[in-house]
Write a protein that binds this ligand. Sequence first.
Ligand SMILES: [Zn+2]
Ligand SMILES: [Zn+2]
Ligand SMILES: [Zn+2]
Length: 226
Amino acid sequence: MVANHARKNAARGRRADAGGNHRQAVDAVRAEQDAELILFVPYPHPDLDGAAPCADCQGTGLGEDLYEHAYEKPLPDGAVALIMETFCGICLGCGRAAHDGCRPDTHATYEEDDLLDEWGEEEPAEVECFSCRGRTFNVTQGAGEETAESVEAHELLMARAAEHGFSEWDVRGAFAFGELDLMLGKGSTELAARADTTVWLRMPCGCREAASVTVRRDQLSEAMGR
Ligand SMILES: [Zn+2]
Ligand SMILES: [Zn+2]
Ligand SMILES: [Zn+2]
């Protein structure tokens, strides 16, 4: 049950997506205009508590891509856009190789009843911030662009499906229910995750504003320690 929770939640997200398009196209960070000021909000990496780190993100819980949200007008300190980090598409944010002992609220796909379902814990009735309920960020799904890697993964996955006589539709269903490795062999779930261009964006909550940092675009990587 616990081992499968991230995928179960991914399935929920996918169903919501099929019902009405909750994903929005998102803009990758622009490299030009080096002197422009932009804002980011640092967060600590997930606590692995001795668990093996996810091989994809080395335990940071983050994806490589950054996106940005342009402000309608610059902030008082001159920042023109907010930088958003993405969660790792393989571990979905907990940073662990196996979903072993990770708290459900460390996943991008977390929903409010997960703490109760999986840990037998209620969320605290009183929280400091009602917008994020104490997580200090919210998660938004975005539609990222196809990459050479995502296209290749999709082709490899469809080749496996063809070998076994399954359609793309069958593959999507099995992926959503966490049964893809059973259907198409080990590594298929990972291929499907790589083929999927959905990005999970961390939207800093206003309650973490005090931690925000404004930097020039050309100093962003260094400031974020990337
Ligand atoms: Zn990861
Ligand atoms: Zn996990
Ligand atoms: Zn908040």
